[in-house]
Design a binder for this molecule. Structure first.
Ligand SMILES: Cc1cc2nc3c(=O)[nH]c(=O)nc-3n(C[C@H](O)[C@H](O)[C@H](O)COP(=O)(O)OP(=O)(O)OC[C@H]3O[C@@H](n4cnc5c(N)ncnc54)[C@H](O)[C@@H]3O)c2cc1C
Length: 420
């Protein structure tokens, strides 16, 4: 009888997939424990629709327990300490030893611009934020809506652009096209720099066609709340009625003193994303893996002389990395040859409003730079995103069959050359 303990930290996209996959592939003598602080899961990709009133909050929320297969132990507590030297995890009330550890703790949002609703500053990167923003978007009658990216990296590189186009749609539907203006500011040279200038231009053309003003190479620096003015690193200032900030993303604070990175040259209390082997997703510690937003993977290419490329933080990668790590751990435990390896392929359905979406896909490990293409806008891509949402939020029982349906009738029939 094989007796091992596998611990998964974080029950978001990566954690749910890896725990379920391991449970379906390994004997019950292998104990799988998932630690997650929230009992309710909300599907982040749907925050965009929530923000513009196309989803109700309860329709994109589901108890975590319903998404996790039977036979996975769930501890609903905060992870307090990761002891990589002693192979132990400490939570508020428990201490759990592991033979294999998967860190899937995601990214934390910096609170400098969070919860500043009284200053007219909103966000759609949190569940609460998207709901408060929806109420404001329904109230605004005239003036300036500014969307500003505080810093890089942020998860889902398409989301700010999708948000701008969905908000534009809403403003048009409310008959305010000539009264409300929308501007988007980003430190990036063009949208989705990782996908190259050509694809970036296709996205900025979409913005321009919708009358959205686009300001690349403008990083949010300061907000003067009393006179509702936002100031960028270029010293450019702009007054706003409604400011939507994509907040700075930080590695989870619990990584502090965990040994994953050398913290000696970092300011006190600051931590790094976890570096992993880009194919096996193993950290510098044996049998300890990091998947999804919490990891940092260098990829070929540069979008700026001193800015090397990193694999974007996105659910699609958390998902595929989870499947790979589950296969690797299974092989190790069952004493089989490891055949799985993360290949860097990914895709994204980019919402463009009016029930249309683009489909960007490609090989992010391609050299000398990622090879990413975008298919023309179409209703099918939008429908694909809706179907994926339905699949994700359905309870475990029907998830498998619906996934098969999705894969068979969707991606495969479109003959898209990605290996996931
Ligand atoms: C508005 C928006 C739209 C998006 N759209 C898309 C899209 O269209 N396509 C796409 O691919 N991606 C999209 N994403 C990105 C995607 O949601 C993330 O990349 C994905 O969720 C990352 O998965 P993860 O498992 O790494 O982290 P998460 O899903 O964030 O999960 C991390 C989990 O860890 C838990 N946790 C953290 N710290 C602790 C702790 N100390 N103790 C216990 N639990 C803890 C959290 O509660 C959370 O449940 C979008 C994101 C946003 C915000």
């Amino acid at each position: 009888m094989i007796s091992k303990s596998i611990v998964v930290l974080g029950g978001g996209i990566g954690g749910i997939i890896v725990a379920n996959k391991l449970r379906s592939e390994l004997p019950s003598s292998v104990i799988i424990t998932l630690i997650e602080r929230n009992k309710i899961h909300t599907f982040a990709a749907s925050y965009l629709w929530l923000m513009v009133g196309l989803r109700k909050a309860e329709k994109i929320s589901v108890p975590v327990r319903k998404l996790i297969s039977k036979g996975v132990n769930i501890i609903f507590e905060e992870v307090k300490k990761i002891d990589t030297a002693g192979n132990r995890i400490q939570t508020e009330n428990n201490e759990i030893s592991y033979d294999y550890l998967i860190v899937a703790l995601g990214a934390e949002l910096d609170n400098k611009f969070l919860n500043k609703v009284q200053d007219g500053i909103h966000n759609f990167y949190s569940f609460d934020g998207a709901q408060k923003l929806r109420d404001e978007l329904n109230k605004i009658q005239s003036g300036e809506i500014i969307i500003a990216i505080e810093s890089l990296p942020y998860k889902c590189p398409g989301a700010p652009y999708e948000a701008a186009m969905l908000i534009s749609d809403l403003i048009n539907k409310r008959g305010l096209k000539n009264k409300v203006s929308i501007s988007l500011f980003t430190p990036e040279p063009h949208p989705l720099p990782v996908a190259g200038p050509e694809l970036g231009k296709s996205v900025s053309d979409l913005l321009v066609a919708k009358g959205i003003k686009f300001y690349p190479l403008h990083q949010l620096n300061k907000v003067e709340a009393p006179n509702k003015t936002v100031i960028f690193n270029t010293d450019f200032k702009k007054a706003y009625n409604l400011l939507i900030v994509i907040p700075k993303h930080n590695p989870p604070a619990v990584l502090n003193n965990s040994g994953f990175s050398d913290e000696s040259d970092l300011p006190a209390g600051q931590v790094n994303w976890i570096t992993v082997d880009r194919n096996l997703l193993e950290t510098k510690f044996k049998n300890v893996y990091a998947i999804g937003d919490v990891n940092s993977i260098s990829i070929p290419g540069r979008w700026h002389p001193d800015k090397p490329m990193k694999l974007p933080k996105a659910g699609v990668f958390a998902h595929s990395q989870a499947l790979i790590v589950a296969e690797i751990i299974k092989s190790k435990i069952l004493g089989k040859e490891i055949k799985s390896s993360f290949c860097g392929d990914g895709f994204c359905m980019l919402e463009a409003g009016e029930d249309l979406a683009g489909f960007a896909y490609g090989d992010f490990f391609a050299s000398p730079h990622p090879d990413v293409k975008m298919k023309r806008l179409g209703k099918a891509w939008h429908l694909g995103k809706v179907l994926f949402e339905k699949w994700w939020l359905s309870p475990t029982g029907m998830r498998k069959s619906f996934y098969k349906f999705l894969i068979r009738s969707g991606a495969k029939s479109m003959n898209i050359p990605i290996k996931l």
